[in-house]
Design a binder for this molecule. Structure first.
Ligand code: SAM
Length: 300
């Protein structure tokens, strides 16, 4: 066995927290649990206990985690409402050699959470930015979904306004990857219906309350899932929606092939019927094809 790797059977290797007196100066981006407080790494606890300061999105939420593990490091709130104002001060502290840990309420900071601008400013100032990896709802959902994992795209929260949703989903319609969205219970049914409109009957999963008591993952195609949640009403808790990639048949339809098919169909049919015919042949969303056919016609 290599001597520089601690033997995991040794008691001191599994005790925590083990504040590291040699913790290097820098900004530590520390992942925390997404529900189950045991989903914290030994290294995250080492850093939280050894840092000079913890920046927390909501100090009340992070206090619960710190108290669970006996970490007493000073906290300061860092959230969307004060970030711009206090960022220069934090950068100055880091330039002075401070070891600062940043956490969000749950999961990995910067992922649909504050922290990106702080990390970017720290990098610009030549300060070390060190990730301390751990839980994230996006990856936990992917692990449970049963959808392809070779390529995936995290798209963050879906737009709250229904008018913006279709256009948002259309941006991702041709991406050859499993799509990952954050969603809320009250919006779930409408959002799934809009996804079914744009993506068609692709396989999908709704992963809810991951790592918590009422954890569940419901799998099915998008129209079935949309119907299920329209009927059952808004589920409680936190939700990740995952949508499988386009089928091989869909992927074979590149822009040139679509345009040729639409033009040919429009020689005999109306724009609407041409879009419907190409949607049937390709499996692509009719709404997209209709817009594309209109654009082709106006250019002709
Ligand atoms: N930074 C976090 C991460 O790495 O997952 C995400 C923060 S974002 C503000 C919160 C959203 O993540 C929730 O609205 C929900 O969509 C998703 N989420 C967080 N915890 C979850 C859980 N336990 N189960 C399912 N989704 C969760």
């Amino acid at each position: 066995m290599r001597s520089d790797i601690p033997d995991p059977r040794r008691q001191d290797a599994i005790s925590w927290p083990k504040p590291d007196p040699s913790l290097a100066p820098g900004l530590y981006i520390v992942s925390t649990p997404i529900g189950n407080l045991r989903d914290i790494t030994f290294r995250a606890l080492d850093v939280l206990a050894g840092a000079d300061l913890i920046l927390a999105e909501d100090t009340r939420i992070t206090r619960r985690l710190l108290e669970t593990y006996g970490v007493t490091t000073t906290m300061r709130a860092y959230h969307d409402h004060n970030a711009a104002e206090i960022r220069p001060e934090i950068i100055a502290q880091l330039e002075g050699g401070a070891r600062i840990a940043q956490v969000s309420d749950a999961g990995t900071p910067l992922v649909s959470d504050p922290g990106f601008k702080l990390a970017r400013d720290a990098i610009d100032a030549g300060i070390g930015v060190i990730p301390i990896p751990g839980a994230s709802a996006a990856l936990a959902g992917l692990a449970a979904a049963g959808l392809p994992t070779d390529a995936f795209l995290f798209a963050g929260f879906t737009p709250p306004k229904s008018g913006k949703r279709a256009a948002f989903f259309e941006t991702f319609a041709r991406v050859p990857a499993t799509l990952i969205f954050y969603e809320s219970g009250p919006r779930l049914a409408d959002s799934l219906a809009a996804m079914a409109d744009v993506f068609g009957p692709r396989p999908a999963a709704v992963a809810r309350e991951l790592t918590k008591r009422f954890e569940e993952t419901v799998r099915g195609d998008l129209p079935d899932l949309a119907a299920r949640y329209a009927e059952s009403g808004a589920p409680k808790g936190e939700i990740v929606v995952l949508v499988g990639p386009p089928s091989e048949a869909e992927a074979e339809w590149d822009d040139a092939r679509i345009d040729t098919a639409l033009k040919e169909a429009m020689e005999a049919d109306s724009v609407k019927d041409a879009a419907a015919a190409v949607a049937k042949a390709s499996g692509l969303p009719r709404r997209d094809l209709y817009q594309r056919a209109l654009a082709l016609k106006s250019r002709a």
